[in-house]
Design a protein around this ligand. Structure first.
Ligand code: CU
Length: 106
């Protein structure tokens, strides 16, 4: 009986660990999208990530037992992109391609 219970509970527990977060990330183009999603995907526990250049909203699916949301945001900030109220350093920002420089364009 215990085994049977575990059999049914295991998928529920696993699903509970999977979180989807959406948050704003500044950026302009598909090149930004590549950099933003690549940065998010470097955090272990991140299953998938996406960024919409029109809405500027990033969607990240991650396992919250492994990945923590502030770490995911920080990885994107480190790549040079402002995330909500967290500003990328000028040093990181200046490394972006000229087409990706979003400051002053919003
Ligand atoms: Cu860009």
């Amino acid at each position: 009986m215990k085994t049977l219970l575990l059999f049914f509970l295991a998928p529920v527990i696993m699903m509970a660990a999977e979180q989807t977060a959406t948050f704003k990330v500044s950026g302009n183009c598909n090149s930004c999208k590549k950099t933003i999603t690549k940065a998010a995907n470097t955090v272990s526990g991140v299953r998938s990530s996406d960024w919409d250049k029109n809405t500027k909203i990033a969607t990240v699916v991650y396992d919250d037992a492994t990945a923590k949301l502030p770490d995911i945001k920080q990885a994107i900030v480190n790549a040079g992109y402002d995330v909500e109220n967290i500003k990328a350093t000028d040093e990181a920002y200046n490394k972006l391609h000229s087409c990706c420089k979003y400051r002053g364009k919003e």
